[in-house]
Write a protein that binds this ligand. Structure first.
Ligand SMILES: [Zn+2]
Length: 182
């Protein structure tokens, strides 16, 4: 997976990414668009020409072919900001490489299982992204097991209500794994 090298969206990072850039291309779905607002603002302030791809289908994944041709049509020297699902990113990555864009020229913000909110199957609340196996749902206070099942439709990983006996087993597994590590 292509990695954005620029870290967070603070002013310094945005400025570094946009330094000596002639034009900017944006490829973001509705959620991604909100994440990258800081870069768009910085580019607008610099007076950079911005070309934005319009995902007009109901899912970004349905639109990847058109997105691919859009990227192929961009002139050399353009910088690209992509904020999409990991699934969409996986399809578009070969296109970027084929065009010859390096990881310095592409800001990638791909939302996937590791960065996605945790959807509580009991109360439908979207809890913030986590690295934990178990979390307490912020809204219904149930203990949720964070699965690796990512739903592109919900833009979230499923958080299943966890039963105490399962947690006991999982906890003992964790302990024996730690013991193995030592
Ligand atoms: Zn809940």
């Amino acid at each position: 997976m292509m990695q954005g090298l620029f870290g967070g969206y603070d002013e310094g990072n945005c400025a570094r990414f946009l330094a000596r850039v002639r034009s900017l291309v944006i490829l973001a779905d509705a959620r991604g668009r909100r994440r990258i607002q800081a870069i768009i603002d910085a580019a607008t302030e610099q007076g950079l020409p911005i070309t934005e791809f319009d995902f007009c289908r109901d899912t970004a994944l349905a639109d990847v072919d058109r997105a691919g041709s859009f990227l192929r049509d961009q002139p050399i020297g353009t910088r690209v900001v992509m904020a999409v699902d990991e699934a969409v990113m996986k399809v578009l990555e070969p296109v970027l490489q084929h065009i010859g864009l390096t990881s310095e020229e592409v800001w990638v913000d791909a939302e996937g299982p590791e960065t996605a909110p945790v959807f509580c199957v009991a109360c439908y609340f979207q809890n913030p992204p986590t690295g934990q196996t178990y979390i307490l749902c912020t809204q219904c206070s149930r203990i949720l097991e964070v699965s690796d099942h990512y739903s592109p439709r919900l833009h979230a990983v499923m958080g299943y209500v966890s039963l105490p006996e399962q947690r006991g087993k999982a906890a003992s597994r964790c302990v024996s794994r730690q013991a193995d590590d030592q």
